[in-house]
Structures are given as structure tokens and as C-alpha cells.
Ligand binder design. Structure first.
Ligand code: MRU
Length: 360
């Protein structure tokens, strides 16, 4: 019998192989292939091509990736070590622009090196190992805690609509938007989960619905343009989505199409929740319009998944990977330190104060 996808690590450090271990998500749900990556170029490619994807998962992958890059540096003087480390860090950081977890994790790794100015290479490598493992392990607690807050907002049997994949496959365990469903499932609760297929890369059809079926949930995949009908039918009690970067005013960038779901939810009076670990909240960005939105190749729209090209040659294609949902469309932002409601700027500041208090 094949292994349940939920029992396989989404992203991990293989200590023996000294490699980043990931599930190749471009092959799901048809093929479960585990990749062991050691070279920076392979790790960059895996993030860019979405073999590993979802904001928290790419943060963890980058942390492990930069540790592996540090291992490649032959023992040398501190300044030379740092220069080589920084080059590798900037390279990995350029693989995807919108998810702030990527630079958040890499900055945490860089701080380890900067805080130990003058240390020997071997010592720095050991410290970087420990920080990468810590970043990965923390993600499990973060998602679980966030999931408990999310679960407090729904009840057994509810219909839940989600967009893209902000589930376990986007994190180390549980996910963000799907964490309430996974945690409820562990306690015997059943939800009716509607997964938007999520054009053009189909994270909802390929990943969220795979994950939800594997978790034993009543799962329905819908094309993105069916969400309104499902809501009108009264089948959705709440929308839960993840995000890639939340601005200080609560505007949230997430997979393209999320903003449309929020507008529909408002129209039908359905609560719309954004699940955001504090690692995804970027207080240095004032509002959504300042968030850099990744644009991807047109072929993802015109050719990918089709037997033949589905748009005429020469047509222009606009393929933004994310959109920004305005904060006034969001009923609450759920973090690992609590639920934030408008006004968001004040609420998010309080969340970071709570985080500082709990972490000493
Ligand atoms: O392009 P992707 O698949 O990396 O986009 C992922 C999303 O938009 C997720 O909703 C977001 O990263 C949150 S994952 C917990």
C-alpha cells in the first residue's frame, strides 16, 4: 500500500545525505517523488519551479539551502566566509520575490553569522545547522497554534472554501489555512472542504484536494469561476486562505484569485479569514500596493496542462502569481499569537509585542 502523503515530510534536512529533502510538488498528485538537493542551483531551481512552494515551506527550504551552501565553503577567515555566505544568500533570496518568509528565514540565518563575528568557519557551520533545524521545527508549533485559533472560528460539519494550497504541503506540518481542518480532523471533526482549482498552476486541484482527501475530509474541487455558485448555494460557512506577505495595514498578498474570493465572500456575507504566521507579516511594507508581485511565464496560462496550446500564437499573456486582498475585505488575520481584527495596524503591532513577550 502506498504511503499517505501526510506522513511524508514536505521539507526536511537529511542529515546523513547532507541534503534538502522535499516532495517534488510539480509531480503531485500522480507521482510522489522525493528529491534530495545539495547544490544551491538545484535549490534555487526547486523554489523557482515550485517543486517546493508555499511561503513557510520555501522559508524552511531556503534556511536549509543556505546551511548547505555554507558547508561548501572551505574553512577560511571570517570576512571571506561571510562574503561567500552573503553571495549565496542573495542568490537564494532572488528565487521568488513575493513570499516574505524566504528573506525572513535567510535574514535569520545571516544574523547567526553576523552575531558571531570572528568565529571559525567550523563553528559558524554548526550554528547555521542548529538555526536551520530550529526554523523548521518552529514551523510545526506555529502552524499548530495558528490552527487552534482558526478552529475556534468554525464548527463540526461546516463547509470551508480555500484557495491555492496553504496546507501541510506548503509548510512543515498542518499548514496555515488548512491547519484548522487538519486539527479538527485529528479530533474526529468532519468538514466539507471546497478547493478552488487555482489557475494556472492548479495548487487547489493538485495539492489541497489531494491533502484533504488524504486527511479523510469530504472534499470537492471546483473551478475558480464556480466559487460564487457554491457560496450562493449556502454551502460555505467560512473561507480560509494563506498568504505570502501581509502589509502593516493588513492588506494581504496571496495566490492570484484570492482577492476575487474575498469580494465574493463579502457579497454573500461569508467570513473571510487570512491565516498568517508572524514570519509572513512584513511591518516594513506599509500597504499592499508596495508588495512586489511575481510575474511568471505566459506558457503557464496558454500551454501548461493542455494537450495543445490553448491560445493563439502572438497573443499577450498577463500572468501575475499573486494578488493583494484589501484589508477591508478581511474579517480576521489569524496568527500563531492570536486573532487580529480591524484596525489591523494596531492589532498586528500587539501581536508582535505578544511574540516578543513570549520569547523573552
Ligand atoms: O505560488 P505558490 O504555490 O507558492 O503560492 C502559495 C500561496 O499562495 C499560499 O497560499 C501561501 O504561500 C501561503 S502557504 C501557507
Amino acid at each position: 500500500m502506498s504511503k499517505n502523503i501526510l506522513s511524508i515530510d514536505t521539507v526536511a534536512l537529511d542529515e546523513e545525505k547532507r541534503a534538502l529533502k522535499i516532495i517534488d510538488q510539480t509531480k503531485l498528485p500522480g507521482t510522489v517523488e522525493i528529491l534530495y538537493l545539495t547544490k544551491q542551483e538545484e535549490i534555487y531551481e526547486a523554489i523557482y519551479l515550485l517543486r517546493v512552494r508555499g511561503a513557510p515551506a520555501i522559508g524552511v527550504a531556503a534556511a536549509i539551502g543556505i546551511y548547505l551552501a555554507a558547508l561548501e565553503i572551505t574553512d577560511t577567515a571570517y570576512d571571506d566566509f561571510y562574503a561567500k555566505f552573503k553571495k549565496a544568500k542573495d542568490y537564494l533570496d532572488s528565487s521568488r520575490p513575493t513570499a516574505v518568509n524566504l528573506s525572513w528565514a535567510l535574514k535569520r540565518m545571516e544574523k547567526v553569522v553576523l552575531d558571531h563575528r570572528g568565529a571559525e568557519s567550523a563553528v559558524l557551520k554548526e550554528l547555521l545547522h542548529d538555526e536551520a533545524v530550529k526554523i523548521r521545527d518552529e514551523d510545526v508549533w506555529v502552524c499548530k497554534s495558528l490552527g487552534e485559533y482558526g478552529l475556534s472560528l468554525i464548527k463540526d460539519g461546516d463547509g470551508i472554501l480555500t484557495h491555492c494550497n496553504a496546507g501541510q504541503l506548503a509548510t512543515v506540518k498542518y499548514g496555515t489555512a488548512l491547519a484548522p481542518v487538519h486539527l479538527g480532523g485529528e479530533r474526529g471533526m468532519k468538514f466539507k472542504v471546497f478547493c478552488d482549482e487555482t489557475r494556472p498552476l492548479l495548487q487547489g486541484a493538485r495539492l489541497s484536494s489531494f491533502e484533504m482527501v488524504s486527511a479523510g475530509m469530504d472534499t470537492t474541487v471546483i473551478c475558480d469561476n464556480m466559487a460564487s455558485q457554491v457560496m450562493k448555494n449556502g454551502w460555505v460557512k467560512a473561507c480560509f486562505v494563506g498568504c505570502d506577505r501581509v502589509a502593516a495595514n493588513g492588506d494581504a498578498a496571496n495566490k492570484i484569485g484570492t482577492c476575487g474570493v474575498a469580494i465574493l465572500a463579502k457579497h454573500y456575507g461569508i467570513p473571510f479569514y487570512v491565516c498568517a504566521p508572524t514570519s509572513t507579516i512584513d511591518m516594513s511594507v506599509k500597504e499592499g500596493k508596495d508588495i512586489v508581485i511575481e510575474e511568471r511565464k505566459g506558457e503557464e496560462v496558454t500551454e501548461m496542462w493542455y494537450r495543445e496550446r490553448m491560445a493563439p500564437q502572438g497573443v499577450k499573456v498577463f500572468n501575475p502569481a499573486f494578488d493583494v486582498t484589501d484589508h477591508d475585505l478581511i474579517d480576521a488575520i489569524i496568527t500563531e499569537y492570536g486573532i487580529v481584527r480591524a484596525p489591523y495596524t494596531e492589532g498586528l503591532i500587539k501581536i508582535f509585542e505578544e511574540k516578543a513577550k513570549q520569547n523573552g
